[in-house]
Ligand binder design. Structure first.
Ligand SMILES: [Zn+2]
Length: 953
């Protein structure tokens, strides 16, 4: 009895377990791909297969109340028609009349609820990102851009009028017009019809590598060029999608060029009002990463169902973002690839919209679009867009200055010579009353070359791309230098000179300054020569004889803003100033300088009564030769640090020699051998200006791979000192002027989480300055890459201003070249100490990249110009003139001024020529607004950090 009961219990239990297990079993539906779906009685059904689930055979399968059609296939599998669109529900499998053997939750491929985007639109933005080179040499890439991308895009637009496409820079438009001028009208027509958009900048540059005016010219050769050369066309979106970096004043410079939108990437997906320090902002969009839909998601590459299924998931994560900000329900799916061609998504789009029309629910529309069309939908007054501010330090800076020193040196020189050529050619035209003398064409060519290289240094066959880039930069600088010299010579001819052996020295900066000039007097016999000023007074002069060449170096003070002073070389005895100096020390009115093996062991500032350097663990001017295995620009997300495979100048045997000394300066020289190369180190202590120059001549850099070279200046300052440096048209104060949000966005190497203030080194324009503990230190150089943190294992807890001279790493392209930079290089630094405050180092910091320009006039001459003159000046030394040029469209004069102090000010600009009409224009000389002023003085209100352009008739 007991046994029987137990048996019944056990059997019952087993039966119960079996049926319970059956009830828990889930059917796995395998959708056939491409999806097979049809509209049956007003609802979409999609085919799926049920494999190896024989227990389902002969059952009735229901979704909610609806019976689903199940067919047995020949191979024993079953085919089922599932609902394609709808809310989730329960699928039941019933055997016989009552016996439910399985229930499961089921979600149709396309959910019914599109929430915030139900009435919206998805913009498929097909775009082509292509560096000038990188994927191969510029010529090959250019052919591909013209013949495999742009022209096929035009053809496709003819075939499919809904197709839209965009190219990211005006350079690409110039290329297609040159190579295929017969397409001009098609380009205009497809722009006008909204099918083809072009980027509003010339290239996609490293913004922080461009000089102030070079960055402005991105929109001259961008939007302005497009408008002028292709009537009816315009450009309102600037693209710079590849570089994880943004320069402080870009929002202002672009916005004031009539560019409404900035399209970036490698930054958290979303919309931003990105502010510049003057308060101007530009509406900025990032898709997270420009290539993700193409390379990673690929959700539009299959069919409409996949697209609907996947994009619903995507949009789900955007409902709240859009709702909170009241942004219209438009979503951008950017399909951009490196050299991506014009890919039509017509099939997917048509199928999507057909489904949306028949589905009986609200599904957003899908369409080809452009960034402009998309952003215009988003940028409405009621949308509350996040505000962000500041510099995003460029994570890719190692690829340019440090990896291409000689090329970038030419870019930096061009940054000085071309605007100076504009300024003095304008003055020359004014003096001749003839603007036909203005070398517009040559200047255009100079600018084109000086800003031609984009962010794609290196790459496949990168040695060729790099040499093309270098030639462009050197060409830009050569033209600038030639045009500058010819204008100075022409102006110097007009100066009234009563003596023989005159020197007319020009200053191209818009403030009065001190400095030195050098003239070759090899043609004059003897050594007793002096330089006198216009009053006949002797000025500090030093005779230098090198390799049979005889030069006079003289010290100048109060050189007029954008102007000149005249000096005379005369026979006479030079004043001997008694400078206390020896082979390795110097004591002048400013400093006590002591030198040791590898650099400066002591610098005592006599005015400030303090030691400037902390030389306990390295010297000032010390050279560190370190390891570096980064690749400069690539898919990494934090700055790549050098390593401690270290070789230091202070370890090397060397001794100093005083090689020149006089009234102007004392120069010391030392030579030493590093592990793989030699160094000649020159230190020049100036006696009339508070300045010390350090020069490093490396005649035989061996190009050893994965090495890095730095020069260091360890400061006797606490770590909380304020570090500041100059950027195009502005100043960045570390910890204050960087983007505060972690950028987000992604690379193949992860997401960009590093905080901007922690990113170092940085791209400087001319100088970096440290201020704290009662004094300031400023280092000026043409070397781009600067840092303020000790890179050695010592981890100094005080600022160590340092500069990366060279970095010999490999291109991030798998077939890319090494940036070995084998050969001879010279690097220069000028340093000074001053009262605390970055403003006390500002002008010094810039002056050292702007040499004073002497023109020798051997004979007397009658002229209309006096011995000394300023052609243009501002009433405030922090209101800086960045150019004065002939207007692009007529013979008016254009002046651009930047406020550099961060303080609103009223400024008077004094001019040589009177004007009868003045107007303020935008950055590209358009939209003039009359100022109702005339005369010789332009009165302007210059807002803090503002860049303003004025046009004078
Ligand atoms: Zn790129």
């Amino acid at each position: 009895m007991k046994k029987l009961a137990l048996l019944v219990f056990v059997v019952g239990y087993l039966l119960q377990t079996v049926s319970a297990m059956e009830a828990k079993k889930m059917i796995v539906f395998s959708y056939e791909k491409p999806y097979q779906y049809e509209l049956i009685n007003g609802t979409y059904k999609v085919k799926a297969t049920i494999k190896n689930e024989s227990w389902v055979a002969g059952s009735i399968v229901r979704f909610n109340e609806e019976e689903l059609k199940v067919t047995k296939l020949e191979n024993g599998d079953m085919q089922i028609l599932l609902p394609l669109i709808g809310n989730s529900g329960i699928i039941t499998v019933k055997k016989g009349k009552k016996n439910i053997i399985s229930t499961q939750h089921f979600e149709p491929l396309i959910p019914a609820d599109w929430d915030y985007f139900a009435d919206g639109k998805i913009h498929l933005i097909v775009s082509s990102h292509q560096d000038i080179g990188w994927m191969d040499v510029p010529d090959t890439c250019r052919k591909e851009r013209v013949h495999d991308i742009t022209i096929p895009a035009l053809d496709l637009m003819e075939k499919e009028p809904e197709f839209k496409f965009e190219m990211e820079q005006s350079l690409n438009l110039m290329e297609v017009l040159e190579d295929s001028p017969e397409n001009k009208q098609r380009l205009i027509d497809t722009y006008k019809s909204g099918n083809f958009e072009w980027g509003a900048t010339f290239t996609q540059p490293y913004e922080g590598l461009e000089s102030s005016e070079q960055l402005v010219r991105q929109s001259y050769l961008g939007r302005r060029w497009i408008k002028k050369n292709l009537p009816g066309m315009d450009a309102h979106v600037a693209y710079n999608v590849d570089i994880p970096g943004r320069s402080l004043q870009v929002p202002q410079l672009f916005k004031k060029s009539g560019i409404d939108y900035l399209f970036v990437s490698r930054m958290k997906e979303g919309f931003y009002n990105w502010y510049s320090p003057d308060g101007t902002s530009i509406f900025t969009y990032s898709p997270g990463n420009y290539g993700w839909f193409h390379y990673h998601h690929k959700v539009l590459d299959e069919d409409a169902i996949t697209a609907l299924h996947e994009l619903h998931k995507t949009l789900k994560s955007w409902n709240e973002y859009y709702r909170e900000r009241n942004i219209p329900p438009h979503y951008g799916a950017v399909i951009s690839a490196d050299a991506g061609g014009p890919e039509s998504y017509k099939e997917v789009i048509d199928a999507w919209n057909e489904i949306a029309k028949n589905a009986g629910i609200k599904i957003p529309e899908l369409a080809h679009s452009t960034a402009l069309e998309f952003l215009k939908e988003i940028d409405v007054p009621e949308a509350k867009i996040d505000s962000i501010y500041g510099e995003r330090p460029n994570l890719w800076l190692y690829i340019h200055g440090a990896a291409h020193y000689e090329a970038v040196k030419a870019k930096r020189e061009a940054a000085v010579t071309i605007p100076s050529a504009e300024i003095f050619n304008t003055i020359n035209c004014e003096l001749n009353n003839d603007f036909s003398l203005y070398p517009q064409k040559e200047l255009d060519k100079a600018w084109y070359n000086a800003i031609y290289p984009d962010h794609g240094w290196g790459g496949k066959n990168g040695h060729i791309t790099d040499s093309v880039f270098r030639v462009a930069l050197e060409t830009g600088n050569e033209i600038g230098t030639k045009l500058l010299n010819s204008s100075l010579n022409s102006i110097a001819k007009k100066v009234d000179l009563k003596n023989t052996q005159n020197i007319v020295v020009f200053n191209d900066l818009s403030w009065s300054r001190d400095g030195n000039a050098t003239v070759d007097i090899s043609n004059l016999k003897g050594t007793n020569w002096i330089v006198t000023d216009n009053n006949g007074d002797k000025i500090p002069t030093q005779l230098v004889t090198i390799d049979g060449k005889k030069e006079l170096v003289f010290s100048l003070s109060d050189m007029p803003s954008i102007g000149y002073k005249t000096f005379t070389i005369k026979k006479g005895k030079r004043n001997v100033t008694s400078i206390n100096t020896g082979s390795n020390f110097c004591d002048n009115q400013f400093y006590t300088v002591e030198l040791g093996q590898g650099g400066i062991t002591r610098l005592y500032d006599k005015k400030l009564k303090r030691e400037i350097f902390n030389t306990t663990s390295m010297l000032a001017g010390d050279l560190f030769h370190m390891g570096y295995t980064g690749n400069g620009a690539g898919e990494f997300v934090t700055m790549q640090e050098p390593n401690f495979a270290m070789d230091r100048a202070d370890d090397k045997k060397s001794s100093w020699e005083l090689i020149e000394s006089g009234a102007v300066y004392s120069k010391f020289q030392s030579a030493f051998e590093m592990d793989t190369f030699n160094v000649e180190q020159n230190i020049t202590v100036f006696h009339k200006k508070k300045q010390i120059d350090l020069e490093y001549v490396i005649p035989n850099w061996p190009g050893t791979q994965n090495r890095q070279l730095r020069v260091l200046f360890p400061l006797q300052m606490k770590n909380d000192a304020q570090i500041s440096y100059d950027v195009p048209m502005g100043m960045v104060h570390i910890g204050k002027d960087e983007l505060t949000m972690r950028p987000g966005g992604f690379a193949w190497g992860g997401t960009y989480r590093q905080k901007s203030e922690e990113i170092r080194p940085r791209e400087i324009q001319n100088f970096i300055t440290a201020n704290g503990n009662g004094f300031g230190f400023t280092m000026s150089t043409n070397v781009v890459t600067a840092d303020w943190v000790d890179p050695s294992m010592n981890s100094a807890d005080y600022p160590v201003i340092n500069s990366v001279l060279l970095s010999s790493h490999k291109s991030c392209h798998w077939q890319g070249n090494w940036y070995d930079q084998k050969g001879s290089h010279t690097f220069k630094f000028s340093i000074t100490s001053h009262e605390e405050g970055w403003k006390n180092g500002f002008h010094f910091g810039i002056e050292n990249n702007h040499p004073l320009l002497p023109i020798v006039k051997a004979n007397k001459q009658k002229g209309s110009l006096p011995a000394e003159k300023s052609f243009v000046s501002t009433s405030n030394p922090f209101a800086v003139i960045t150019t004065m040029k002939k207007a692009e469209d007529d013979n008016d004069v254009v002046i651009r001024v930047v406020e550099t102090e961060g303080v609103d000010k009223k400024v008077e600009i004094k001019l040589n020529n009177g004007f009868i009409n003045a107007s303020k224009t935008d950055m590209i000389e358009e939209n003039p607004k009359r100022l109702n002023q005339k005369g010789n003085v332009l009165q302007i209100e210059l807002g803090k950090s503002a860049v303003e352009t004025y046009k004078l008739k």
